[in-house]
Design a protein around this ligand. Sequence first.
Ligand code: SF4
Length: 360
Amino acid sequence: FDFGSDTDEEELVKIDYVEEVRGPLHNSSTDTLECDLVIQTSGTPKTQFRPRYLIVSDFAKQHWCEMQLLYSLAPEIILLRAVPGEEVKLEESETSKAAKGRGSDIHLERELEVQVPVEVIVETQEDKWAVKLINLQQAVLAFCRGQRLAREVPVFGCPFGEDIFVFGIIDELCYDPDRHEVEISELKTRRSAHPPKKKQQDKDKYQVNLYAQLFNELVLGSVNKSMVASHLGLNLDTKLSSSVMEHVRDVTTGDVSEVCTFGHLLETVLSQVQSLCCIKRSRVEYIQQDDKSEILVLDFLLDSDSLRHMFMEQCRWWHGERGTTGVDIEDCWKCEHCQFAPLCEWRDFMAEKLSKGKKK
Ligand code: SF4
């Protein structure tokens, strides 16, 4: 099944935003805290932009620049800063769009090496999530049958017990049945043949660690039926459509005596995933887009403590418990590549802070 590329993850969220964002946004207040910029919006970022669930990419973007994430979620905020009558272009550059397209193609090529996409007709929201469950189930059962590699594997849950549901799609999982070990790997494609800066590497490591945490919490049984149903607003008793059931049969090779509702499928998959083991080691692989040559491979151990610290701090923003921050002074090189730089409020805020500091 091919419902799991990063692009699909993004599209899913855009649809949610269009459907579910409530009320106009405004920046009537620019009240400042010690180091945060408070932009007044109606409701918390979570209730406004992601009322049901967030995706792992949200947190990766937030790790890079929270202000940039906010502007991408609500361009209305930055457009209010434009001089009336002046044309504003906040579009991503064509080069950047082309690079993303090339990156998606390479991901798809890799996926096709191990699985063939199948079209599934979905009739309800429960069907839509059932397809994600089937994709996860397919990976779990493949490992149980001795396969060592799975790509585009969905994971979900509420990391560290937070009241925030997160969904993501793991690029690659490798299973070693002899050592009963699972390793996660994330592929990053680059236009440049040079290794990414350390801050980029940090962001990518954080993203992989968050995927690993979601996977591990599934394995440990921390995700339950009611958690999934309540966060996503799904009905566990909804019967799956015939098209989805057909694919459940394909994946489970016919053993579907109990599976006919979303709740049954969810229970089955949550139980099956617990037969695996937790991820301890992670990898990020950077390749050049044109010739696919290797640029850099980062191997590291999952660091749950630092992940938790960063994740909780990010959640405080989603819950509206603190204001929005942009990049640190030493990271202002990031702004050179940012489409929002010409109108970014954070840059003015930091410039003002710096000039006040100099006067003192
Ligand atoms: Fe963040 Fe800089 Fe872009 Fe502002 S200009 S959103 S601080 S990266």
